[in-house]
Design a protein around this ligand. Sequence first.
Ligand code: IPE
Ligand code: MG
Length: 228
Amino acid sequence: MDGNGRWACARGLPRAAGHRRGADAVRRAVRAAPALKITILTLYAFSSDNWRRPPGEVAALLCLFRDYLQSERSRLRQSGVRLSVMGRRDRLTVDLIEAIEACEADTAEGTVLHLRVAIDYSGRDAILRAAESLPLGFEPTRDTFRERLALTCGAGAAADVDLLIRTGGERRLSDFLLWESAYAELCFLPCPWPDFRASDLAAAVAEFRTRQRRFGALAPERSALEMA
Ligand code: IPE
Ligand code: MG
């Protein structure tokens, strides 16, 4: 979710105003996801490198996450959304940790959509933590390591990323779900996150459905030809 700050600056508003409008875009995306057959939606809300921002902006973001979790909790539960937060918790404020735990507990039974919010998340750190957690002498496979990674980063369940959307015009991953995105289809959109509509999500999913995913193999028709 990128481009909140630029959205605000372009309107002469403080960056925090862009983040607040970004929360509205989150509500729209979460509401639109189930009809698009999205079952897991992971939002990159705060990267472990975002601590390098001015303390005032960091504080505003942490307050916004807490307010979002508190105000959306019952709505998420009612609409069958299960919420999990991925990332480190030891550097978060106590009130945010409480809001996370309450929201996770309240929505644990949700089966319509698994909404994962990455806060103080780093893909590289997540891989490191998973590796550190392996029992001595244990030789992981891709599958067992994926399980371990999901467990240690709080992902809820191991899942590869199918479609990765980044708004705001930059074309990079910025340390997001590195292992899980090995074969993700990438979609970079110029629109800043506060302007992201349900129709943008629908268009990205529609485009994703046209992509041929081969995972290193040949296209099915090509394979059949070679075999003949
Ligand atoms: C993304 O918007 C939101 C967070 C990182 C929390 P930015 O704050 O990065 O917005 P720009 O990139 O400065 O426009
Ligand atoms: Mg940015």
